[in-house]
Design a protein around this ligand. Structure first.
Ligand SMILES: Cc1cc2nc3c(=O)[nH]c(=O)nc-3n(C[C@H](O)[C@H](O)[C@H](O)COP(=O)(O)O)c2cc1C
Ligand SMILES: CCCCCCC(=O)C(=O)O
Length: 384
């Protein structure tokens, strides 16, 4: 039986023929290499946060939790699969929604979609993508894909987005709640860089019939009216939990909410009928000084108590991070910035390689910790 960990052997075998890995192996070196090839503006748009405190805490907080390996268990056959919304996925990894990927490479989400499809890892496509959801879907065949919704001000546009997503074969809608506006981001302000103002990341809007109807000139002729309309539509700071009902009526797809870090918000989300929760602080890009995402996970998972899937992101870099997140209550995890570094360095192949490495690390670390089934990883994996 093939295992994700076999990728390790493939790298060593290639080494026998004199080939060294195309991408640096350590995550830190991968990011440094991407830094070297990207413009200052693009690199910092991805790498930066709303300050550095929470972004750093998202990583260092993992160190508090230690794996307590067990010996002489049979780990010859391993299974990383998870079931989410009736779909069996071969691994617990999904790709986090990351907007405006055209600042990295023009093929952007199309390259990521192909890599995701090749590895059977669901891609969560951002609302603010450079290619429309239909175009991305076309590249993916039957491969699993979800749509992330930046919940627009107008219910008509929100309904149109989720219905288009449903039509194009997306299997769930992830509504991001933590970005009713953009945080104070000193790096981007220093670079005076906000890609949306150049019309980047607006493909889902400019391809939307309702959105286009309200434009005085088509975006193909003049992008500025579309940018102005997008700025007014992007989000509605007055939205509250009760507004979820209108979204619920607009689609049959499972609805997850992303950006939950407080158990009381998890309770409210359940009371308002969500189908899943993503514990996330947006990679430290929204509230600097806020709780590290991994520290928020146990409280949310306890509140949810298995009623709906709990997913996690913000700080996932290694196999042991994934296992710790599972042990602390996550059913699956989202990989964020690392796949963007892969995209920057080697396009589709780079994304695929980053995914394969993380999964190999999960597989090997799980086996070495004494577990054969990801589904069986629980709190007992960790030191009390
Ligand atoms: C450049 C960039 C763009 C992002 N765009 C989106 C987005 O469009 N929608 C969304 O819900 N989250 C977005 N996120 C947040 C990610 O989905 C995820 O929560 C975050 O990257 C996790 O942190 P990590 O990458 O440090 O692990 C973005 C993150 C980055 C770095
Ligand atoms: C006006 C805010 C747009 C943010 C969209 C991309 C994103 O989520 C990010 O963190 O950057």
């Amino acid at each position: 039986m093939a295992h994700y960990g076999d990728h390790q052997l493939q790298i060593y075998q290639a080494g026998l023929k004199g080939a060294r890995p195309r991408l640096p192996m350590r995550m830190e070196d991968l990011e440094d290499a991407a830094h070297a090839v990207l413009s200052r503006e693009s690199y910092w748009y991805v790498a930066g946060g709303a300050g550095e405190i929470t972004m750093d805490a998202n990583r260092t907080a993992f160190d508090k939790y230690r794996i307590h390996p067990r010996m002489l268990t049979d780990v010859s056959e391993r299974d990383l699969s998870v079931t989410l919304f009736d779909r069996i996925l071969p691994s617990p990894l999904l790709l986090a929604p990351i907007g405006v990927q055209s600042i990295i490479r023009p093929e952007a989400e199309l390259a990521v979609a192909r890599a995701a499809a090749a590895t059977n890892v669901p891609m969560i496509l951002s609302t603010v993508s450079a290619h429309s959801m239909e175009r991305v879907a076309e590249t993916m065949g039957d491969a699993p894909r979800w749509f992330q919704l930046y919940w627009p001000r107008s219910p008509e546009l929100a309904a149109s987005f989720v219905q288009r997503a449903e039509q194009a074969g997306y299997e769930a809608v992830v509504v991001t709640l933590d970005t009713k506006m953009m945080a104070w981001r000193a790096r981007d302000l220093q670079n005076a860089f906000l890609p949306f103002l150049n019309g980047q990341g607006l493909a889902n809007y400019t391809s939307d019939p309702w959105f286009r109807d309200g434009l005085e000139r088509p975006p193909e002729e003049d992008m500025w009216p579309a940018v102005r309309r997008w700025a007014g539509e992007f989000a509605d700071p007055s939205k509250t939990w009760k507004d979820l009902a209108t979204l619920r009526e607009a689609t049959k797809l499972p609805i997850l909410v992303k950006g939950i870090v407080h158990p009381d918000d998890a309770r409210l989300a359940l009371e308002h009928g969500v189908d899943g929760i993503v514990v996330s602080n947006h990679g430290g890009r929204q509230v600097d000084g806020s709780i590290a995402a991994i520290d928020a996970l146990p409280g949310v998972a306890t509140m949810v108590n298995g009623r709906v899937p709990v997913l996690f992101d913000s700080g996932i870099r290694t196999g042991s991070d994934v296992l710790k997140a599972k042990a602390l209550g996550a059913d699956a995890v989202l990989l964020g910035r690392p796949y963007i570094w892969g995209l920057a360095l080697d396009g589709e192949d780079g994304v695929r390689e980053v995914i394969k490495r993380v999964l190999a690390d999960v597989d090997l670390t799980m086996a070495l910790a004494g577990k054969a089934q990801f589904a069986e990883v629980d709190g007992s994996l960790l030191v009390d």
